[in-house]
Write a protein that binds this ligand. Structure first.
Ligand code: PLP
Length: 403
């Protein structure tokens, strides 16, 4: 089955439904797409991205429809919605919709990868220090299963994460599992170079793009990963429990984690479901999670992805990079350091002065500034809705707490 493509942005709507077109939409109108009170500076997209109003409206309408199931057609509910979401997500990977599976979590996508990759005993799985736990536990279990070694790479002073990986990749490397950046310090990884190096030694590349997809350009044609997953509830601004898994064509005939009726060929014809079949829906659809049609979350996720599509990854990342630059300047007088030379432009993880209070994030929170403390660092993650007033609030709050 093929989808209808990521639906065109709807034009000409008025009032609260107004959907500015990409050309018409300026950064100043992006904030209005969200329900963000003026006295909150929300710099926590890396934890939970706020859903745009349109996503919320679509989700509400979907719950209303659940009260009256007859009001939505079976094809829309079960097939069209998921296909639209699949198509939108595919754009973010620069992949075909056929290569995308709908998954509930990053860990699910990583589990699909682990199930379908096999290592030789004694081979290495490479992960980075401080990697997100879903992208560590999966490989610990796989290492045990296959008799492989899990090697955690730390970087030396002055070394980039890319250099660290390229130095470590060698004949024993069976698999590299990382993201486009280090979750704690925000250091970027040149995935195209890493992909090339892993392929050269016959290894596999599995990516967790949760902290970058949608706000940092990514192209499967350059990187050629085996699998790449992103949870949808952070930078992708979607509901919790709907994420996206890219599966390289060479793995699309492999084994799903579960055997769900809708992932089998011919599932559109409900009258024939008990004519059990061995063949699956095409492409990566066999890897879709059970109940992937998720009648309430899918319409909401689709609207969130549409907002990002209308704005564009390039524009979004430029805007966020500009906000981060201003935040860096605002933080510097208080001893907070943007000391990661290879920092991903959208991801700001600030080093703290030694006398910073342990509860700095809570104290900023009391002043309407929402950030996260991760390890010894302060993570400040703006998004398309962030603006000058948010930056001013951040500067004022730092002054009140730290001077
Ligand atoms: C890098 C990264 N990956 C994945 C996740 C979410 O993981 P999961 O979808 O497995 O709950 C997070 C959440 O903070 C994350 O930061």
């Amino acid at each position: 089955m093929t989808g209808s493509g990521c639906p065109e942005p709807r034009r000409g709507l008025t009032g609260s439904q107004h959907r500015p077109t990409a050309e018409a939409m300026s950064t100043s109108s992006w904030r209005g797409l969200f329900d963000l009170p003026r006295d909150i500076a929300y710099f926590n997209a890396a934890q939970i991205g706020p859903m745009p109003r349109r996503g919320v409206e679509a989700g509400k309408a979907a719950f209303e429809a659940k009260a009256r199931p007859w009001t939505r057609s079976v094809p829309d509910n079960f097939f069209q919605g998921p296909e639209d979401v699949r198509s939108c997500a595919a754009h973010l990977f620069h992949a075909d919709a056929d290569a995308i599976a709908l998954v509930p979590a990053a860990s699910y996508g990583l589990a699909v990868a682990a199930r379908n990759l096999k290592l030789e005993a004694g081979q290495d799985i490479l992960v980075l220090a401080d990697q997100f736990p879903s992208n560590v536990y999966t490989w610990r279990t796989m290492a045990e299963r296959d008799g492989a070694n899990l090697r955690t790479l730390s970087r030396d002073q002055g070394q980039s994460w890319t250099e660290t990986l390229l130095t470590a990749i060698g004949p024993k490397t069976g698999l590299v599992a990382c993201g486009a950046l280090n979750w704690i310090d925000g250091g970027r990884i040149d995935l195209a170079s890493v992909g090339e190096a892993v392929r050269a030694v016959g290894g596999a590349l599995v990516l967790d793009l949760t902290q970058s997809l949608g706000v940092m350009d990514f192209d499967v044609r350059d990187v050629q990963p085996d699998f790449a997953v992103a949870a949808g509830y952070k930078w992708l601004l979607g509901p919790y429990t709907l994420g996206y898994l890219y599966v390289a064509p060479r793995h699309q005939d492999r084994q799903p984690l579960e055997e769900n009726w809708i992932n089998r060929a011919g599932s559109e014809d409900f009258s024939q479901l008990i004519n059990y079949r061995d063949d699956y829906q095409t492409g990566a659809r066999r890897f879709d999670m059970g109940e992937r049609s998720n009648h309430q979350l899918v319409p909401a996720a689709l609207e969130s992805l549409n907002v990002l599509e209308e704005i564009g990854v390039h524009e979004a990342s430029n805007h966020i990079a500009g906000i981060n630059q201003a935040l860096i300047e605002a933080a510097a007088p208080f001893g907070l350091r943007a000391d990661i030379p290879d920092r991903a432009p959208h991801y700001l993880s600030l080093g703290l002065p030694s006398d910073a209070p342990a509860d700095l994030a809570q104290q900023l929170d009391q002043r309407g500034v929402k950030v996260s403390q991760r390890g010894p660092r302060l993570r400040v993650s703006p998004h398309i809705y962030s603006d000058d007033q948010d930056i001013a609030r951040f500067a004022d709050a730092l002054k009140a707490v730290l001077s």
